[in-house]
Design a protein around this ligand. Structure first.
Ligand code: G3P
Ligand code: CA
Length: 378
């Protein structure tokens, strides 16, 4: 098992990466979550991001999921953004809403079912960009993976698809109630694809953030995208900290593919690639396997040098995504033979936290928060 880094070192690196405005993001005085909200330091290191809310327990990207994540104590709540036909930003992991809404049960929308190519992938279903917001609001959200998360199907049909505007208003309300700011981790999905359709995401996102005073360097948001060009565009519009998402080593950002840029994630996590990212972003959000690969048997291997190299470049790391179910865990952390049963996810959380990362996305924020707290105090 890999050696654990000292929390104090991690916090200094986390703060350094974000410069003078970083007091809210990390600092040497933040050894415990108990200091959250004091001395101007709002977020612990490592911070826990509620991935699509608390999507291990509620259908993703619903107010049920966001509220539960916040109530559990998640430090930051994630939104994925896609547009409607009339240009509103809504919270969905993809523009294809076939698996996460009841759209297929609406006969009035049967003729909207279509086949498209999104980022090189051919998909058949229903897509947000073919619906006005008013039409989309007649749908109800449902669990994406009912076979794995049967419990979550209890809530099928309970919530609408949230707009980003509604999320910003919710965050303000919750912030007032709690006497603290509610942090968001906001992703632009398929930005090149939508720009070609005349539905550019970045200007709409920036306008919404400005309207709510969330456009500043010390505003309680991180902005994230798999497409570096989207991050660069956002950097011209607002001052929030930005995180470049990275897939597995062989992946190539879609905007690179479109522009004929041959670099892959493997190129971007070299010291040269990380220095390039540090020219326009404050962090990276890599796939977990970029931090600790799995071996040929699917077991957790040894950590790479990416944490050290990213910190050396002045970047924080918010990798994704730890989930409690066996099916998502490395082979040596599974328990029993039921793929949907929980395995030793606490062990996985701690293995990743031990690499020195600054934050972690999880579908199970309560488990992640326990692991983070134990990691800080042991
Ligand atoms: O944004 C972090 C993580 O969510 C990236 O993967 O595909 O779940 O958006 P994805
Ligand atoms: Ca995401």
């Amino acid at each position: 098992m890999q050696k654990r880094q000292q929390p104090g070192r991690r916090t200094v690196l986390g703060a350094a990466a974000l410069g003078a405005g970083a007091a809210v993001l990390g600092g040497a005085g933040q050894a415990s979550a108990a200091v959250r909200g004091t001395a101007g330091r709002e977020l612990p290191v490592p911070l826990i991001v509620g991935h699509r809310g608390a999507s291990g327990y509620r259908p993703e990207h619903t107010f049920g999921s966001y509220q539960l994540a916040l109530d559990m104590g998640a430090d930051v709540i994630e939104q994925d953004l896609v547009p409607t036909k009339d240009g509103h930003l809504v919270c969905r992991h993809e523009n294809d809403i076939t698996a996460t809404t009841d759209v297929s049960a609406h006969p009035e929308f049967a003729d909207r079912r279509t086949t498209k190519t999104v980022d090189g992938q051919q998909l058949t279903g229903w897509f947000t960009e073919d619906f006005t917001l008013a039409e989309l609001k007649t749908l109800r959200a449902k669990e994406r993976i009912p076979g794995t998360r049967q419990h979550n199907t209890l809530y099928d049909g309970h919530w609408q698809v949230p707009t980003f505007e509604e999320v910003l208003q919710w965050a303000e309300r919750e912030g007032r109630k709690r006497g603290r700011r509610v942090w968001l981790h906001i992703e632009t999905k398929h930005p090149t694809y939508f720009r070609k359709l005349g539905l550019g995401l970045e200007e709409r996102l920036a306008k919404a953030l400005r309207a709510h005073g969330r456009h500043r360097r010390n505003s309680p948001n991180f902005l994230q995208s798999f497409e570096p060009s989207s991050i660069r565009r956002l950097g011209e519009l607002v001052d929030c900290p930005k995180v470049v998402l990275l897939g597995t080593l062989k992946d190539r950002p879609w905007d690179f593919t479109e522009a004929g840029d041959p670099r892959t994630v493997a190129d971007l996590v070299t010291p040269k690639g990380l220095a390039w990212i540090a020219g326009f972003a404050e962090g990276i959000g890599p796939d977990l396997t970029v931090i600790i690969p799995r071996d040929k048997d699917g077991k957790l291997g040894e950590p790479t040098s990416v944490v050290k190299d990213a910190h050396a470049a002045g970047l924080v790391l918010h990798p994704y995504t730890v989930r409690n179910e066996n099916t998502f865990l490395p082979a040596d952390f599974r328990r029993g033979t039921d793929p949907n049963a929980y395995g030793d996810s606490l062990g996985v959380f701690k293995a990743y936290l031990g690499t020195g990362i600054d934050g972690l996305f999880s579908d199970n924020p309560d488990t992640a928060l326990l692991a983070a707290e134990e990691f800080r105090t042991h």
